[in-house]
Unconditional design. Sequence first.
Length: 254
Amino acid sequence: MGEWVRRPGFHVGTSGWSYGGWDGLFYPEDVRSTLERLSFYARHFRSVEVNYSFYHLPKPETYLKWARAVPEDFVFAVKASRFITHIKRLEGVGEAWERFAENAKALDKRLGPVLFQFPASFRIDLGRLSRFLDLVCRAGGAPAIHPVFEFRHSSWFCEGTYAVLREADAALCIAHSSRHPCEEVVTASLVYYRFHGPGELFASRYSDKELASWAKRMRTDLKEGKTVYAYFNNDVNGYAVENAGTLRQMVGKA
């Protein structure tokens, strides 16, 4: 696959796309299968964050089917396996990472950043993070990708972490929610936002006023030459679709 392909601009969408609760709210009643939903979704948004890959290991054929269901300019941000982030916590994951990356390369040019989201119990360990970044960003072996890290323990939010990430051009995920800490620190050539809900996790809607504030921040990122990714994980009641569409209008058509 070679080097990670940077796509300048603004990429907005939702975290996942195949939610039964969106039937009738976003998807027409006759759009049922995962691929049908993805194809319909891609008419409205040009990017999505894959959550399925956190719980399962998609086969190359699965990624290929997804790629064929969307336009050429569509971008998939892929969430790394919980085996890597939650079970092994970055230790001894060389084989698991190479298999994950090898499968994901079936997306080819539609492959965007890879998100590593950690549990709130995972405390800072800069040595472990550095070793893992050497594995992910090395020139040979697994395909080169652009990693994004979502930490949920407050110990990670310090200059030591930011320095390690900046050296590797790895992004700190700016993840907003009512439960976990959030620091708006840019460490890479891309800026990656996740929105889990301003109130109840996954089940609350962002107001236009809240979105306008985030849109202003993103416009600044874009003016500074950053590539911006933004995904909404408040999927209940279709809030994610609504909020993603509103943010896109506020920032500028994606």
